[in-house]
Design a protein around this ligand. Sequence first.
Ligand code: ADP
Ligand code: 5GP
Length: 217
Amino acid sequence: MSNSGHPKDAGERRGLMLVISSPSGAGKTTLCRKLMEEFSDIKLSVSATTRPPRPGETDGVDYHFKSREEFRDMIGKREFLEWALVFDNLYGTPRADTERLLETGHDVLFDVDWQGADALHDQMPRDVVSVFILPPSIEALKSRLAAREGSDDEIVERRMRDAKAEMRHWRRYDYAIVNDDLDVAYQRLKRILLVERLKRLRQLSLEDHVRELMGEA
Ligand code: ADP
Ligand code: 5GP
């Protein structure tokens, strides 16, 4: 077992929060899926929402489904790292779940827009590693959107406008990847994850190791 399975050093390494944004259609979902296939110890953050479950959705897997009262109560108790009102429903990232995963050496993946990324960074500046995915060209973005959404020109046009609004914020991120060739983009994302795992602050076990080297253990 190389990179998969439960992390060998669980508890010895603090996990990181991998926050990924992109304009819709640039390939964020595809890249995140590949990462989760290869690294089974990475957990996708499960949000809470007041939206009712869609057919096939499971509580605790797709979302934590809450009533408005429960959600408001959680806001009051500062139980969210960030939350937002989206199309009449409330959505939020539970703080305790993330903290528990980080402490047990798991990396947590967040698929959020630039405002969510900003809010997560504000709350957890040392834990967040942010990556923005860019398309290779406007034509490629349009054809990927058209391929995914079917030939509904109106939806594609609206998504293209939203995409430009999202792309304006790319400078806020630690890393940016142009998703031209999928394999090249994926290798870059993987390298970011692997090198960020080596940050001194995340290697908790090194404190003891160095104490031992110094004869102070
Ligand atoms: P996002 O999550 O950013 O909206 P998706 O991952 O759903 O984007 O990708 C949009 C479409 O583009 C999908 O049909 C996907 O298969 C395709 N796609 C993703 N990356 C590439 C790539 N590098 N080259 C060609 N097509 C891609
Ligand atoms: P859906 O209801 O289709 O699953 O999601 C609707 C929107 O809510 C999507 O744009 C999604 O990105 C956003 N969303 C889902 N979870 C969260 C969250 O925890 N925080 C924020 N800010 N937005 C979220």
